[in-house]
Design a protein around this ligand. Structure first.
Ligand SMILES: NC(=O)c1ccc[n+]([C@@H]2O[C@H](COP(=O)([O-])OP(=O)(O)OC[C@H]3O[C@@H](n4cnc5c(N)ncnc54)[C@H](O)[C@@H]3O)[C@@H](O)[C@H]2O)c1
Length: 256
């Protein structure tokens, strides 16, 4: 579609679904050499098959559990071995358990969510960091959320809010630590995007979609591509003077 990411290598996590899948395919369509991964092997393979059908430069490792340091290190090593470098790291994979506090179990919900939203970002950044320092360049794109800024009525998002507030703060710190090495770090805070994570809730919770839309200036839910366009800009040299920033891709929901 364009050569905006020509010559760049992108490691994208969570490519089996939603935003990770949207970013990985869009980046490859705009010239990047992409490495994907997911804990869900079947889903990641479907994305890989789509990429192959389009003749994109795309490889993928699955299953890969990003909460496991050895798996993340192997993923980064495989990316460097295949493509020689890592210009872009998109941390889209995440897992969150949604429960109200009365029903939130410490191990099963709280700790799993913090690991599924924070460890996965830390471990991937840590593993890719040495290579980015060596290159003296890199663009890290993390996903916070509208939930890092405001509560959504009817959503048991306590652990998720903590995780996403953490990603927002971590990204700022990563930007500060990366700046001397020309490593940029930014986050995107999506509003309600229709993905594998949200579709079941939207479909099965009466009145939930209407409630979200009531607050959304642009009066529609987001699609993975809406987020991927912002990520593409942040991944490219077009954003070379942007770091430590968070981008609301939310149809105006947090401002209304
Ligand atoms: N969809 C939304 O409305 C929304 C809103 C705000 C923020 N976000 C954030 O955007 C990112 C992507 O969300 P999405 O809706 O596309 O999610 P999704 O659930 O549709 O896709 C996430 C993918 O990550 C994979 N994954 C989860 N844990 C993993 C692990 N430990 N190792 C490897 N892979 C793992 C899943 O298998 C899945 O394929 C997440 O960080 C999410 O919190 C999404």
């Amino acid at each position: 579609m364009s050569n905006r990411l020509e010559g760049k290598v992108a490691l994208v996590t969570g490519t089996g679904s939603g935003i990770g899948q949207g970013c990985a395919l869009m980046f490859a369509r705009h010239g990047a050499q992409v490495m994907g991964c997911d804990i869900n092997a079947e889903a990641a393979e479907e994305t890989l098959a789509t990429a192959k059908k389009e003749n994109l430069t795309y490889h993928s490792i699955q299953p890969c559990d990003l909460t496991k340091p050895e798996a993340v290190n192997a993923l980064v090593d495989a990316t460097i071995e295949r493509y020689g470098k890592i210009d872009i790291l998109v941390n889209a994979a995440a897992f969150a358990a949604f429960e109200f506090i009365e029903d939130m179990d410490f191990e099963q919900h709280w700790k799993t969510t913090l690991s599924g939203e924070l460890d996965v970002v830390f471990l991937a950044c840590k593993a890719a960091w040495k290579q980015m320092v060596k290159q003296n360049s890199g663009s890290i794109i993390n996903f916070a959320s509208a939930n890092a800024y405001e509560a959504l009525k009817g959503s048991g998002a306590l652990a998720h809010c903590a995780g996403k507030g953490g990603v927002l703060a971590m990204t700022r710190q990563l930007a500060m630590e990366g700046a001397p090495h020309n490593i940029r770090a930014n986050s995107i805070s999506p509003g309600m995007i229709v993905t594998g994570a949200t579709k079941p809730v939207l479909d099965n919770t009466p009145g939930f979609e209407e409630h979200v839309l009531e607050k959304t200036m642009l009066n529609r839910l987001g699609q993975p591509e809406d987020v991927a366009w912002c990520a593409l800009f942040l991944a490219s040299d077009e954003s070379s003077w942007i770091t430590a920033s968070d981008f609301a891709v939310d149809g105006g929901v947090t401002k209304w």
